[in-house]
Design a protein around this ligand. Sequence first.
Ligand code: NAD
Ligand code: FES
Length: 277
Amino acid sequence: MYPIRKVEQLNNEVTRMEIVAPQVSAKIKPGQFIMLRIDEYGERIPLTMNDCNPDAGTVTIVFQAVGATTKRLRHLKAGDCLLDFAGPLGRPTGLEGAARVAVIGGGLGTAIAYPQAKWLYDQGAEVDVITGFRSRELIILESEIAAHSTRQIIMTDDGSNGNKGLVTEALRRRIEEGAGYDLVLAVGPLIMMKFVCLLTKEHGIRTLVSMNPLMIDGTGMCGGCRVKVDGAYRHACVDGPDFDGHLVDFDDAMSRSKLYQSFEAEAAGHECLIGRD
Ligand code: NAD
Ligand code: FES
């Protein structure tokens, strides 16, 4: 069993949770994910690591309560336990050698982009973190990012924080100002990553994206997480989740992501009682 040490609401939609999992914490690297199961009745869900503290033996996850499992998860409290917390899974992000980096986080994707920014900044890279949210109330991890970045730019779609626009507008501005990035890393909605990649391709900047397709086993067996990269299907769970963004077929990924929407909506409103008293 994996005890929950701390639970915090970062905003109305997003929860941060610290789990005691010493073996995972000792090995997990930015970009890798875990598969958790709340109890024997629950489904397994993948969540990419937000932070870890190997000394305390903890791994931090950040999630939005959108599916059946995340809706249950957000109601758990410190002291409750998870049945399974398996990992680290996937490959760590290839960050070595980058010196001037833009890390782009779209909405909840900011939580996944944060450990990359932190790692790069701690290694001495110059790191601009550009994040985007629908409005001011949804901004997350502002102080954590401020402590681990050279520059933080927060955009809002409605301009409620005084900085209206999409992340791509801020990124274009920085590139045109001569930021001289040798790597851009983007995590967020598929449409955001697609437009980040179109922009960086124009400027010849190496770009990594974190793909987040439906996953079932997380070990390369079910085929659910296929992503088309450079004309061939790869498994996000074992070959990714990070890929060269200039080679990812985002239109294919967007159409695959819609395939299971009706099942997910049904599951979100359904509580399985089989086997319960
Ligand atoms: P959102 O829809 O509110 O978008 C966040 C930001 O992305 C916007 O504020 C904007 O700056 C940018 N954006 C959106 N559309 C854009 C466009 N067309 N061009 C340029 N920029 C654009 O995000 P949300 O509701 O918080 O959802 C988070 C998304 O992140 C989900 O789609 C989720 O699947 C994804 N996600 C991915 C991972 C991963 O590992 N890849 C992890 C967590 C979340
Ligand atoms: Fe099953 Fe990747 S999640 S193959």
